[in-house]
Design a protein around this ligand. Structure first.
Ligand SMILES: *Cc1c(COP(=O)(O)O)cnc(C)c1O
Length: 383
């Protein structure tokens, strides 16, 4: 059976060139970048080259890149880094990734004030609520660029300018948007930005926090040796970082194809909306990542559809309680005010740059079949 992977927002396959780029560091070039001998110097050169590539994807300088173990750690470094050094109020949103929400909850337990901005039914924050929440003591605004469940994009330009004008540090979780849509830190006054390699064909367990030159010193949650300018101790994941660098290089070439990807996604969306009555699009259809589609299917459980599609070799994810492993329905769709039964009917399709039209046609057909079958089951009381 041919398998079709439409879960690229969860993770992506490692690109063959990325794997190639990693192998030398696992074979002959195994030195520790902190060592002074030739083994160490070789590793150091590799590390520096990868850092240049990551910086280049973001329009940053290589000295502004701190390697971490992924997006989660980059987000933690930004939040704890500011809060445990400077204190002050944090403003974030209700639809952030758990790697933002949970450190914020921890900080609240330590007495830090955090405000979680509401979103509208399309998943976007209200700038006037943000402005009304800014106080003298506000030290940090952290707002995601793109949401992983809906693909909804926030107005990072507008918010970062407000933060800059008010003298507040601004961090964005760009893990989902990086390498899908072009982003240049020179164009926006962003102080810190998180990215993760495995969301764009790099290896798992490696990411980075961009920290703009001149940003005040941060508290370091991971202390140890003096690696990463003492902002993140521990011997560097050289192989992972080399793969990360290669993934950034490949991504820079391909973000130009984002328009084509959006066209394909829109075609897929149109087919489904036409063929399956009662289907609802969740999230802002306009301000959205080019690869993401979150739909609710009237009267059918998302989990049932996920399993039916899996049996056809198609991988997707849902916003329901069972699949998230938390026992709670999607906090993102909840914050958007989507009714619980609709949340439980939701499916997220996230395309990759290699997804084809014929794959999507196959999935549409499988969906039409599964939805009508399971609706019949409900009507005839078999469910
Ligand atoms: C995946 C993801 C993260 C976490 O990144 P990891 O590298 O898996 O720790 C953070 N934020 C968003 C928006 C994500 O999609």
């Amino acid at each position: 059976m041919e398998k079709i992977y439409l879960d690229h927002n969860a993770t992506t396959p490692v690109h063959p060139e990325v794997l190639e780029a990693m192998l030398p560091a696992l074979r002959e070039n195994y030195g520790n970048p902190s060592s002074v001998h030739s083994f160490g110097r070789t590793a150091r050169v590799q590390l520096d080259e990868a850092r240049e590539k990551v910086a280049s994807l973001l329009g940053a300088h290589s000295s502004e890149i701190i390697f971490t173990s992924g997006g989660t750690e980059a987000n933690n470094l930004a939040l704890l880094g500011v809060a445990l050094n400077k204190g002050g109020k944090i403003i974030t949103s209700k639809t952030e990734h758990p790697s933002i929400i949970n450190p914020c909850r921890q900080l609240e337990k330590q007495g830090i004030e955090v405000h979680y901005l509401n979103v509208d039914r399309k998943g976007r924050i209200d700038i006037s609520e943000l402005e009304s929440q800014i106080t003298e003591s506000t030290s940090l605004i952290s707002l995601q660029h793109a949401n992983s469940e809906t693909g909804v994009l926030q107005d990072i330009q507008g918010v970062s300018e407000i933060a800059r004008n008010r003298g507040i540090l601004f961090h964005t979780d760009a893990v989902q948007s990086a390498a899908k849509i072009p982003f240049d830190v020179k164009a926006f006054p962003v102080d810190m930005l998180s990215i993760s390699a495995h969301k764009f064909n790099g290896p798992k367990g490696v990411g980075a926090l961009y920290i703009r030159k001149g940003t005040p010193a941060l508290y370091s949650p991971v202390c140890g040796g003096s690696q990463e300018k003492k902002r993140r101790g521990g011997t560097e994941n050289v192989a992972g970082i080399m793969g990360f660098g290669k993934a950034c290089e490949l991504a820079a070439e391909r973000t130009v194809k984002a328009g084509k990807l959006a066209e394909l996604r829109d075609y897929f969306q149109k087919q489904i909306l036409e063929l399956i009555p009662g289907t609802e699009l969740f999230g802002d259809g306009e301000h959205r990542l080019p690869n993401t589609l979150n739909l609710g299917f009237d009267g059918v459980e998302g989990d049932t559809l996920l399993i039916a599609l899996d049996m056809e070799g198609v991988a997707v994810s849902t916003g329901s309680a069972c699949s998230s492993g938390t026992g709670l329905p999607s906090h993102v769709l909840q914050a958007m005010g989507i009714e619980e039964d609709k949340i439980n009917s939701s499916i997220r399709f996230s395309l990759g740059f290699n997804t084809t039209r014929s794959e999507l046609d196959f999935v549409t057909e499988a969906l039409v079949k599964s939805v009508s079958l399971n609706k019949t089951a409900i009507l005839s009381g078999e469910n």
